[in-house]
Design a protein around this ligand. Structure first.
Ligand code: ADP
Ligand code: MG
Length: 252
């Protein structure tokens, strides 16, 4: 069992504090969903954990198995097992998915070590079979002219190839049509298990009909203000976020 611990995390962009003391522990085998209205800092949280240079962690800590990752470069964090699925993956014209994934695998190896091509393709094809992805898919250029669903398929395949311990998935509702939603859900469900912990960020309750989370957290103004099980997501869908706001105001 592995743990990803977020401890009283504060994150700023420039001099504006966005994440204001967020605490959450995710263990392998668990799927946590963070929901919350736009602008509450959900994307900021995931980018800060992944080590994006624009996001400054001013206090608090992020630990994997008790060891802080904050001094690590983004690629070291990736090697430590953190995968960040990008909300807006970029196009890489002329680079096929197969070659892109191969470079990503190569980057994981120690210096001087060569990736075994046969083993690589074996792994790639077994992951594609698991995810029911057509072989033709990997000869296309990364994200070039991709539909929303194809972008998601590429991202899910990348995650499967990297075999992360913790996957941070930031999903907006925009661009997530039913096709893309199913691809993400099937992909996550196929990889779900004792070896993987998932932090699924969304304000789209519908995704949680397909990926049933173990825990649901509501993020509001940079903090987690409410946690529960999957029924909390249903409450949010039925009653919106205003109800959480009123509850907060009543407590204050
Ligand atoms: P969410 O994902 O919950 O919608 P974000 O983390 O994207 O929220 O944004 C939280 C706040 O941080 C918003 O007020 C947003 O305008 C601001 N913000 C996000 N990214 C940047 C940035 N690169 N530069 C300045 N402000 C940003
Ligand atoms: Mg966001």
């Amino acid at each position: 069992m592995h743990s990803l611990e977020i401890k009283d995390l504060h994150v700023s962009i420039g001099d504006k504090e966005i994440v204001k003391g967020l605490t959450l522990t995710i263990k392998t085998g668990e799927v946590h969903a963070i929901m919350g209205p736009n602008g509450t800092g959900k994307s900021t949280l995931s980018k800060a954990i992944a080590g994006h240079p624009d996001y400054t962690i001013t206090s608090g800590d992020v630990l994997i198995d008790g060891k802080s990752i904050l001094e690590m470069e983004p690629d070291e964090r990736a090697r430590a097992g953190v995968f960040l699925a990008f909300q807006y993956p970029s196009e890489i014209p002329g680079v096929t998915i197969a070659n892109f994934l191969r470079a990503a695998q190569q980057a994981r190896l120690a210096e001087g070590e060569e990736l075994d091509a046969t083993a690589y393709y074996k792994k790639l094809y077994s992951k594609m079979d698991m995810l029911k992805i057509d072989r033709k898919f990997t000869s296309r250029a990364v994200n070039e002219g991709f539909s929303g669903g194809e972008k998601k398929r590429c991202e899910i395949l990348q995650m499967a190839m990297l075999e992360p311990i913790f996957s941070l998935m930031d999903e907006t509702d925009s661009g997530l049509d039913i096709d893309a939603l199913r691809i993400v859900a099937d992909g996550v469900n196929a990889q779900r298990g004792e070896k993987l912990g998932v932090l699924l960020i969304t304000h789209y309750q519908r995704l949680l009909d397909y990926i049933v989370p173990d825990y649901v957290h509501v993020m509001w103004d940079g903090r987690i203000v409410k946690s529960g099980d999957k029924s909390l997501a249903l409450d949010l869908e039925a009653r919106g976020y205003d109800w959480v706001k009123q509850e907060l105001a009543a407590k204050a």
